[in-house]
Design a protein around this ligand. Structure first.
Ligand code: MSP
Length: 647
């Protein structure tokens, strides 16, 4: 990511108003805030956008459940997001709401342009729709004929008149873009995932709905009042309507966005649909779409039913907002999943912040007060410590690249090397001995070295910990600003003489966990309450006990026949060594003929809750592996007795 453009536009996703803010929202917003602060500090004109996504069936349903109108409900939750970001001092330049008038006009304008260009046509949509993900799925994508492949929740069948966007038309152009701009999707592993998806073929996208109301109407010129615009088309457009697209286009010179920060779950919308819409509108494509991973808590997925959702406000109040910011950015490599535990947070605070940074400042305050009444000068630093200064500058020169490649954890890791240089210099040169051995000049120059390292660290850490670093800067007699950044980082200047201010320790040691963990009773209720979404989307490691909850057995297929009227299903009678055979409905008809299955062995999930498929009770599930060459059943290498346990 080059740093040449002077106008920098950074966005977060706009958050659905069906839920209050949690750590996932805070994480995206804090990364974006850090990038925006960094961009301003290095002197770029920056526009940072966040906001709320308020239309669609999910919000309409959530409002209804609470006996409120969708707008009333959206107002309430949108304010919660805005208030939290204000409390967190998130430095956004605009908070957009998709119910804002300007946004509505901009979306209609975009729809009209795409329509007039011939990229939108009217047809009939029949398929599955997941309300929770607000996503359409084809028959082949859906799991077990009815479940969402992304969140695992039950989908509904939608059959209605719809306008379609010619997404298929943009397939080659999209592939060319991914190829031409290898950094357009970060981290790069995600880019490969998107390329594979697009190479498998894109179908045109249904972009209007008629079965509910809560959305933006089509432009008047199209005159089709029963349709509302699909919520993802509506939402994605926020990135340009916030700059005035379709209304007052003054800020459109911030386009294209430097980076859209998102979570990995919404990559497809941003990396496929969004650039295709932009191509249709003849607008430039964003420079980067950066997808971060998900947070778990103590190794478990967070969910309301488990009562383990982390409230970012609680963490910030208890452990300190800026400590929390540092932790989130330092703890996980961008793109990877992160685990929140109080222990990990305390370790970061006590060790990185307390020992490495806070103690260094305390030592400097102590030494300079003792040796020179708090006076610190840089005049002899180069003379005595040219090697250390050289190392410091080399590290600093390599830092910027990490920010713009989204490797903030690496950025912090490298930044901490400056602190090691300083801490090591104290241990190596032992200023107390220098003072004793008539080398006062060198001892005082060492204080100068430490002060300069701390000043540079404060400037470079400022986007992550704005207030704390300002306190450090004050103690060192300067203010953090784009000017001081230019002077001390870019021009590599050293601090002028100053008297250090004695400030109380910045990171008092935290001795024990300060936040109540979700109660055991709540946790024990989990299996009962857990929805299919939670179990199917569990991303963490499982214990051996959890694995053995699944009873896997070898079964012998006794009978096999087709399920009438089904293109996919076969009806099997499988001997699992029990009193009578189990009836299993399996979606394998495309790959196996009934006759060839009889008397063969398979691997069966034997303790799955029975379910009805096309009216037939299914009392188990066969294990199989599917790739682009088709599906294969998993079978024992040598014949085994029916009912043999698989482990
Ligand atoms: N409204 C859409 C975005 C539209 S952008 C044009 C949406 N909203 S959301 O509120 O459901 O999610 C917003 C962001 O929160 C996503 O980027 C998602 O990845 C992130 N997170 C939600 N839960 C999360 C975790 N547990 N951990 C990290 N981030 C997660 O999607």
């Amino acid at each position: 990511m080059s740093n040449s453009c002077k106008k920098v536009y950074i966005t977060t996703p706009i958050y659905y108003v069906n839920d209050v803010p949690h750590i996932g929202h805070a994480y995206t917003t804090i990364i974006a805030d850090t990038l925006a602060r960094y961009s301003r500090l290095i002197g770029h004109e920056t526009f940072f956008l966040t906001g709320t996504d308020e239309h669609g069936q999910k919000i309409e349903q959530a409002a209804k459940q609470r006996g409120k109108s969708p707008k009333e409900y959206a107002d309430e939750i949108s304010a919660k997001f805005k208030n939290l970001w204000d409390e967190f001092e998130i430095s956004y330049d605009k908070f957009i709401r998709t119910t804002d008038k300007e946004h509505v006009i901009g979306v209609q304008k975009a729809f009209e342009i795409m329509y007039n260009k011939g990229d939108i046509y009217k047809g009939m949509y029949k398929g599955h729709y997941c309300i929770s993900c607000e996503t359409f799925f084809t028959e082949t994508q859906i799991v077990d004929g009815e479940f969402c492949p992304d969140c695992g929740k039950q989908t509904t069948i939608v059959e209605e008149e719809s306008y379609f966007f010619k997404l298929s038309k943009y397939q080659d152009k999209l592939l060319a873009w991914y190829k031409e701009k290898p950094n357009c999707i970060l981290p790069k592993t995600r880019r490969n995932e998107v390329i594979r998806f697009v190479e498998n073929g894109l179908e045109d996208l249904s972009i209007t709905r008629t079965s509910f109301d809560w959305g933006i109407k089509l432009p008047k010129s199209i005159n089709d009042p029963k349709h509302v615009i699909y919520v993802w088309l509506d939402a994605l457009m926020n990135y340009i309507t916030a700059l005035g697209y379709g209304t007052n286009e003054e800020k459109m010179d911030f386009w294209p966005a430097k980076v859209h920060l998102i979570g990995k779950d919404i990559l497809r919308f941003h990396a496929i649909y969004w650039p295709a819409f932009l191509m249709s509108l003849d607008l430039e494509l964003p420079k980067h779409i950066a997808a971060h991973g998900w947070w778990t808590r103590n190794g478990e997925k967070m969910s309301k039913s488990k009562g383990n959702v982390i409230n970012p406000k609680e963490v910030a109040n208890i452990y300190g907002l800026e400590n929390f910011r540092y932790f989130m950015l330092r703890e996980v490599p961008f793109g990877g999943d992160g685990d929140f535990s109080q222990k990990a947070l305390m370790d970061r605070i006590n060790s990185d912040l307390g020992n490495d940074l806070g103690n260094l400042l305390n030592r400097l305050i102590g030494m300079s007060s003792k040796y020179n009444e708090g006076k610190i000068s840089s005049c002899d630093v180069k003379k005595f410590f040219a090697k250390e200064l050289g190392e410091v500058e080399t590290i600093i020169d390599s830092l910027e690249e990490f920010v713009f490649n989204m490797q903030l954890n690496k950025y912090l890791e490298e930044l901490w090397k400056l602190l090691s240089i300083a801490n090591k210099a104290i241990d190596t040169y032992q200023p107390w001995n220098l003072m004793k051995n008539n080398q006062e000049d060198k001892a005082l120059a060492l204080n100068g070295l430490i002060a300069n390292i701390l000043a540079k660290v404060a400037l470079l850490l400022h986007p992550v910990m704005p207030k704390t670093t300002q306190k450090i800067a004050h103690a060192l007699g300067f203010e953090i600003s784009p000017n001081s950044y230019d002077k001390y980082i870019k021009q590599k200047a050293l601090l002028e003489d100053f008297i250090i201010e004695k400030i109380p320790p910045l990171f008092p040691k935290i001795e024990k966990e300060l936040m109540a963990e979700p109660s055991k009773t709540q946790k024990e209720q989990t299996p009962k309450k857990e929805s299919k979404k939670e179990s199917s989307k569990e991303s963490g490691i499982i214990t051996i006990d959890e694995f053995f909850k699944t009873e896997l057995k070898i079964g012998t297929i006794l009978e096999a026949k087709e399920v009438p009227k089904s293109k996919k299903l076969l009806l099997l009678q499988v001997d699992l060594g029990e009193e009578k055979p189990r009836q299993i409905v399996a979606g394998i008809k495309e790959w196996y003929k009934p006759q060839e299955l009889i008397n063969t062995q398979v691997c069966v999930v034997a303790n799955l809750k029975p379910a009805k498929l096309m009216g037939y009770l299914s009392e188990g599930m066969l294990l199989a592996a599917k790739d682009e060459n088709g599906l294969s059943l998993l079978r024992p290498e040598k014949p085994k007795q029916a009912g043999t346990k698989v482990s």
